[in-house]
Design a protein around this ligand. Structure first.
Ligand SMILES: *Cc1c(COP(=O)(O)O)cnc(C)c1O
Length: 353
């Protein structure tokens, strides 16, 4: 695929690394490609970062046809720039596209777009451990008509945001509200797809939890309101009586790449990992009889986010005295070690740019 590169005439300077935060500051360029049913994907280009213009009737604005991905470019101590399992993101984005009737992208073209774009923005990959260049590929239906039908036109964009360390103040376990009113997804719905609409629908529960002093919600399944699915926008894992338990991918759970990587690392470390149904009753029982040893969320942004407290039906339960546990710590150290090039990548997960 040919990518036309137009460099900016007004380059930015990178803010100080300790002021970056998440997703606030963007690089100098963006990757864009257009789709049309007649000609397929075309006009791949890297252009100066800026506003995009879309028709007021654009499909995405009315019917929410939008999917996205999130991954990071890491800088090692030697100065190499690398990605973590990028093909997993590419395959997942195509699965999301398939679910939402949006056009898929050739895997090699997608990888070329990512790597060419990161190469252009190399200088925006921050240097300190824990910081990264966050990459946000997204794809949306862009027909200029209000008719409800399969999209004829679509747009694919990649933007990048130099981001600070998620744990600037150290890894502090979070407080989680178990949600019994709203649901995030149901089987047959869009829970498995990484689509913007899932996030819009999750906001109300998140808002309620936040008003009560909780940082995320733990989602239960949409049919029985009983089985644990995910935590906020992360997958979730528990250590119950020595065994690692995580909800099985059942069609309404987002198949996280961090989740998948954690399972491989845990099995390698000799832990028993069960992907199965886990009911909130079993969780509460384990909390009450002291068998819940650890709980944590997994996702690209935080890698591992330990859970220090749960609230369910107005009762509060502490996990591991509100402190990070050994397994969560080991997972965090192993995955971040591989990502930032401090630990040998025996799994072949790293893709150098
Ligand atoms: C992106 C996402 C995750 C985590 O996936 P990773 O590939 O590990 O970053 C989990 N749940 C939801 C709802 C997500 O959108």
């Amino acid at each position: 695929m040919e990518i036309k590169i137009t460099k900016t005439q007004s380059p930015k300077t990178m803010p100080a690394e300790d002021t970056l935060g998440f997703g606030k500051f963007f690089t100098d360029h963006m990757f864009i490609m257009d789709f049309d049913r007649q000609i397929g994907w075309h006009n791949a280009r890297i252009v100066p970062f800026g506003y995009i213009s879309i028709h007021p009737a654009s499909t995405v604005l009315h019917y929410g046809a939008e999917i996205f991905e999130g991954l990071k470019a890491y800088r090692t101590e030697k100065g190499d720039i690398q990605l973590f399992r990028p093909m997993e993101n590419i395959k997942r984005m195509n699965n999301s596209a398939n679910r939402m009737c949006l056009p898929e992208i050739d895997e090699n073209d997608f990888l070329q777009a990512l790597t060419t774009f990161v190469d252009v923005e190399r200088d925006f990959v921050p240097h300190s451990f824990g910081t990264s260049l966050y990459l946000r590929p997204y794809l949306f239906g862009n027909d200029e008509s209000l008719g409800v039908h399969t999209v004829q036109r679509a747009t694919f964009i990649i933007i990048a945001s130099p981001s600070g360390s998620y744990y600037k103040e150290g890894i502090n376990p979070v407080k989680i509200m178990i949600e019994s009113q709203d649901v995030r997804a149901v089987k047959g719905g869009t829970g498995e797809a990484k689509c913007g609409g899932n996030y819009a629908a999750s906001n109300r529960a998140g808002e309620r939890a936040s008003q009560k002093g909780y940082s995320q919600v733990l989602w239960l399944d949409g049919v029985h309101r009983k089985y644990i699915e995910e935590v906020g926008a992360m997958n979730v894992m528990f250590k119950i009586d020595g065994e690692i338990v995580t909800p099985a991918l059942n069609g309404s759970i987002l198949p996280g790449i961090t989740r998948k990587s954690c399972i491989e690392v845990l099995k390698d470390m000799g832990y028993k990992v069960s992907e199965r149904l886990l009911s909130v009753d079993e969780l509460v029982e384990a909390l009450e009889n002291g068998k819940l040893e650890e709980a944590w969320g997994t996702g690209t942004a935080a890698v591992v986010s330990p859970i220090g407290r749960f609230c369910y039906q107005d009762k509060e339960y502490d996990v591991n005295g509100g402190k990070i546990g050994d397994v969560a710590k080991k997972l965090y150290d192993t995955l971040t070690g591989i990502q930032w090039g401090k630990v040998e990548d025996k799994y072949n997960w790293i893709y150098k740019i």
